[in-house]
Design a protein around this ligand. Structure first.
Ligand code: CP
Ligand code: NVA
Length: 304
């Protein structure tokens, strides 16, 4: 078991499945009112250089729910904002806390911190990856559909951090993934080709969202402009318009398909309010499952 979780490619399929298996048990036990204290006496440092509602609160609730404690640091409150070297930050934080959960811009920030930390470093979103989110999304797929490897999962929209982590998950966990992205907004070709080389089921990139969703069990979308891309918001709205997940697109998928959205959602942009609030959408279950997955991640990485 690797110390850090920087991207899903840090782990094999069995190790990824183990997070989900443990999260399912922790969720059931919580529903039965059973207390957890496996992280008593441990402290996690959350260093967030971008905004967050779900990831921050679900990591904090996860840590408290396992008997541990949390210190939250927004990027602007640390010396990182004044260019303190990451290698110093990593070494110093390792003296105070038992694990670092980091949300930041470049993936290299997480890998550099990991390199210089003697404690586990967990990626809570970078421009390139959102690995913890995809684990909770896959947990939700398993809960709602009863299986994973026989599912056709479709990504509609930007080839962004979420898409990259889905690609890596498909490759390591062995499910079919089709991505429909506009020209110029495809996933990183290196991440895609590396994943395709290892994959046992097809990972396919197309441009036409209608073609992609035929026979889909799971349709998945995300905002058209991610954090840090606010300047591109207007331009992206017109480019991405045909990629909206709406009733018309949903009707082309399997009748019992489910719709995933990691939230926050922009209603009437990437998804209509009708679909987001409709019976096929499981976005709020996904949001809950983030807390259970984060418990499993913290437990595995802190306990070793
Ligand atoms: N899904 C997700 O990561 O949400 P937040 O940005 O609110 O953490
Ligand atoms: N792709 C989005 C995900 C938000 C949870 C972003 O990076 O802003």
């Amino acid at each position: 078991m690797k110390k850090h979780l920087t991207s899903l490619f840090d782990f094999n399929g069995q190790e990824l499945a183990a997070y989900i298996d443990r999260a399912i048990v922790l969720k059931e036990e919580r529903q039965q009112g059973l207390p957890h204290d496996s992280l008593a006496g441990k402290t996690v440092g959350l260093v967030f250089e971008k905004p967050s509602t779900r990831t921050r609160v679900s990591f904090e609730a996860a840590m408290y729910g396992m008997g541990g404690k949390v210190i939250y640091l927004s990027g602007r409150d640390t010396q990182l904002a004044r260019n303190e070297p990451l290698k110093d930050m990593g070494r110093v934080m390792s003296r105070y806390v038992d694990c670092l959960v980091v949300r930041t811009f470049g993936q290299e920030i997480v890998t550099e911190l990991a390199k210089h930390s003697s404690i586990p470093v967990i990626n809570a979103l970078t421009d390139q990856h959102h690995p913890c989110q995809i684990l909770s999304d896959i947990m939700t797929v398993i809960e709602k559909r009863g299986s994973l490897t026989d599912q056709k999962i479709v990504w509609v929209g930007d080839g962004n951090n979420m898409a990259h982590s889905w690609i890596q998950a498909a490759s390591r966990m062995g499910f079919a993934l089709t991505l429909a992205c506009p020209s110029g907004y495809e996933p990183d070709p290196e991440i895609l080709s590396q994943a395709q080389k290892e994959a046992v089921k097809p990972i396919v990139l197309v441009q036409d969202p209608e073609e992609a969703v035929v026979g889909a069990d799971v349709i998945n979308t995300d905002v058209w402009a991610s954090m840090g891309q606010e300047d591109e918001q207007e331009a992206r709205i017109s480019i991405f318009r045909p990629y909206q997940v709406n009733g018309y697109l949903l009707a082309k998928a399997k009748e019992n398909s489910i719709v995933l959205h990691c939230l926050p959602a922009h209603r009437e942009e990437e998804i209509t309010a009708e679909v987001l609030e409709g019976p096929q959408c499981v976005a709020f279950d996904q949001a809950e499952n983030k807390m259970h997955i984060h418990k499993a991640i913290l437990e595995k990485h802190i306990q070793g």
